[in-house]
Design a protein around this ligand. Structure first.
Ligand code: DGJ
Length: 744
């Protein structure tokens, strides 16, 4: 998959569908040629380099009025080289200079892919599924070595990139900026797509036209954030969900990030993705190495849906790892919205018994089970059972739940501490704070300094003891505030710029230790809902709590946006009580079920409070999920109607062989006497006959009809209501089953 033209120093990374081309310029810097649909494997591509004499430019060589880095598309640009755009890196030497001129030294082609030490990364399993190109560079003045690493995958239209910096000299260097990816696109005729929002309304799809200058999103909060997801896409103006060019960029990282598009005076577009340079500075001692987080870039000619399917395939199969990667996820019930902090062991057991009766497989005890935790002002850091609530401890409760025939799961917030806790009383110095300044709190809690190994060790010991003594199959790892006043008492002044990154490395380290010790443990990540829902976390936690907003209609939007990058199997989605706790809206149990069924499914309410009819529906939903969960987890996902654009949301999950599909259609507000509607489906076999089944509809049709004419939507409000109105109300959602008819 990697073709090297030794004579021209051109490297062509290629699978059947995509090509990425780079070359080494005469000056020794790596230049960019092309990224997109696959190009012919042979051929010379150097004529794609565009340069001309342009007044007011700065040129790299005296006597040469053509070669300016301001004009040249580059692979990993640096400042001080005649390029005036934002660089991919900035290295500060002891002499105060920030200029760097790395020179090409050589390359290697590696079959497969190396892991990144301490960081999440995509991986390979079988021979031949990916190849990696390493380009070796060196800045002779500083003796700083760079390795640019590019992996191309055979079966996914994606490349993974990262950069290593190795200080081979005798002088201390500081990395002020070290992006994971830089890409110079030849034109700026794109729109950017970002996933932005806030707590409880995460990952709304926002599209912006590019103008000259900077378009950027970032986090400076220490977590990837509710506000912006570490993802950016470029699409042409006429690209839609199903067709057209899209380039998607995702950072496998859970801390501060920057995703930036800079359109320059020649309308070249520079994409950057990596650790946010704000507040970042890494001291590189002689002999030390710094490795950036990994960035994944995807190209699709099949619109935004095509991009998402590539991300889903790669992340589901080669980022998520371990015991749970290919296993069916348990249907769970979580007590948080039903009880908050206020429960007894007896309440929990009654709760679990009803859940068991409905077919639910995993009982999750949320916040409030430890220390003196009867509200959010105390207890965090003391990971021992609160014996007033749980007289038999976690061991006793877990045993009782297992005796009911369910698995047991437990909530933790490992990175946090309340001042009213034994941990804080013993170690007040363990929190992140700047000496002499107030330490802000969030939800009455403070952030433990996970940049320090002894702090991570202290939490690890407590978690290890609990997990070894009680039968715990699942943990929900929460994180309910961001970092402000970032500073660590354990590091000297010239290493304070490392703390945000070291903190995330500490979080990854604790995850890694738990996975090593308890390989069958299912971890669900959470950060006040979706405040750290990123590809980095997926490496450790195969599923994440999408949002604290559990309203089915809001969830339709949040899950729609989340699906741009993340597979359905990663989206924790629960049916909760009505009126909804966050928004006060009442929706039917069917609508709530339909929203949650297309995620890692569960419930978040007291089933004892439901009517008998609702319980019958719950039992049907649980049975339906179990029957369909492999399709829901592994199927190809297609967004069909956007809740951001109209009154409907619709999506389809289709078996990759086209044998079965599920379609969810949610009409947000009811309407009277509206038009007849059809919904063209995707991914079916044109000449295959299918049976279509929904609560009120049953007919047979060929795949071509369903994809061209469309699925006939039943809309009882279009005309006179004759069925008692069960689909004639606001927030109505229907699920259609499309099943291939077997012919003998
Ligand atoms: C925030 C989470 O998102 C909720 O689901 C719940 O676990 C609470 N924290 C508990 O404090």
């Amino acid at each position: 998959m990697i073709i090297v033209n030794e004579k021209e120093h051109v490297f062509h990374l290629r699978n059947e569908r995509i090509s990425y081309l780079l070359y080494i310029m005469e000056s020794g810097q790596p230049g960019h040629l092309y990224f997109g649909k696959a190009l012919q494997p042979g051929g010379s591509y150097l004529h794609m380099v565009e340069k001309a004499h342009r007044p007011m430019s700065t040129y790299i060589k005296e006597g040469d009025l053509y070669t300016s880095y301001e004009h040249l598309r580059q692979e990993y640009p640096c400042y001080g080289t005649s390029d005036y755009r934002y660089p991919a890196m900035e290295i500060l030497g002891r002499d105060g200079s920030r200029i760097c001129k790395p020179q090409y030294q050589g390359y290697a082609v590696i079959h497969g892919k190396k892991p990144l030490p301490g960081l999440p990364a995509t991986y390979t399993e079988e021979e031949g599924e990916a190849d990696t190109l390493e380009i070796y560079m060196n800045d002779p003045l500083r003796d700083l070595e760079f390795i640019l690493s590019y992996t191309i995958f055979r079966d996914v239209d994606a490349l993974a990139r990262s950069v290593s910096f190795i200080n081979r000299g005798n002088e201390v260097l500081f990395l002020n900026r070290a992006m994971s990816l830089s890409l110079d696109m030849p034109d700026m005729d794109y729109q950017t797509v970002q996933l932005s929002g806030s707590w409880a309304r995460e990952r709304a799809v926002r599209i912006r036209d590019l103008e000259p200058g900077i378009t950027a999103i970032c986090s400076m909060r220490g977590n990837s954030s509710h506000q912006h997801n570490p993802f950016l896409a470029l699409k042409r103006k006429n690209t839609n969900e199903q067709s057209g060019d899209v380039f998607g960029f995702s950072l496998l990282y859970s801390g501060n990030f920057l995703a930036q598009a800079e359109a320059d005076n020649y309308q070249v577009l520079r994409i950057m993705l990596g650790i946010n340079p704000f507040g970042f500075q890494w001291k590189l001692e002689p002999g030390e190495t710094f490795v950036t987080p990994e960035a994944v870039m995807v190209y699709s000619a099949e619109g935004l849906n095509g991009m998402s399917r590539q991300f889903h395939r790669l992340f589901r199969n080669r980022l998520v790892r371990g015991y749970w990667r290919d296993r069916e996820r348990p249907v769970l019930i979580n007590n948080w919205e039903a009880t908050q902090f206020d429960y007894t062991q007896q309440d929990l057991l009654q709760f679990a018994e009803k859940a068991k009766e409905c077919g639910i497989e995993l009982f999750v005890l949320d916040d409030g089970w430890f220390g003196a935790r009867n509200d959010d002002r105390r207890g965090l850091g003391d990971w021992r059972a609160n014996r007033e609530k749980l007289p038999e401890g976690i061991e006793g409760l877990a045993q009782k739940i297992e005796a009911l025939g369910m698995k047991f799961g437990l909530w933790f917030e490992p990175e946090m501490v309340n001042k009213d806790s034994d941990l804080f009383r013993a170690h007040p110095d363990y929190i992140i704070r700047t000496p002499g300044r107030t330490a802000s709190h969030g939800r009455n809690q403070f952030v433990l300094d996970f940049s320090r190994k002894e702090v991570v060790d202290a939490i690890y010991r407590q978690l290890y003891e609990l997990l070894s003594n009680a039968s715990i199959s699942y943990i929900k790892w929460d994180m309910n505030r961001s970092i402000s006043e970032c500073y660590s008492a354990a590091y000297p002044a010239d290493r304070q710029g490392e703390i945000f990154h070291r903190y995330i490395l500490g979080v990854y380290d604790l995850h890694e230790r738990l996975i090593r010790d308890f390989p069958q443990l299912l971890i669900e990540s959470c950060a006040s809902g979706g405040g750290r829902f990123d590809a980095g976390m997926l490496y450790y936690a195969p599923q994440g709590w999408v949002s604290d907003d559990t309203d089915a209609i809001e969830r339709t939007k949040i899950q729609y946006g989340t699906s741009f990058v993340y597979p359905l199997s990663s989206m924790g989605a629960h049916v909760s009580a009505c009126p909804n706790e966050q928004i006060g809206r009442t929706t039917s149990i069917a609508t709530r079920g339909n929203a949650a069924l297309t995620g890692a499914f569960g419930y978040e309410l007291d089933l004892n409070k439901l009517s008998e009819e609702e319980i019958r529906t719950v039992k049907k939903q649980v049975a339906f999920y179990k029957e369909n969960r492999s399709l829901l987890a592994q199927g190809d996902f297609y967004r069909l109607l956007s809740p951001f654009e109209g009154n409907f949301a619709a999506w389809e999950i289709c078996q990759p062989d086209g044998s079965r599909a599920l379609v969810t259609v949610t009409r947000i507000l009811s309407e009277v006497n509206g038009p007849y509607r059809r919904l063209p489906l995707r991914g079916l076999l044109p000449d295959q006959s299918y049976h279509i089944q929904s609560p009120h509809l049953s007919y047979d049709a060929y795949g071509d009809e369903l994809m061209q004419f469309g699925l006939m939507l039943e809309d009882r409000s279009a005309g006179q209501v004759t069925d008692g109105g069960d689909t004639c109300h606001d927030f109505c959602s229907l699920l259609y089953e499309i099943t291939a008819i077997q012919t003998v």
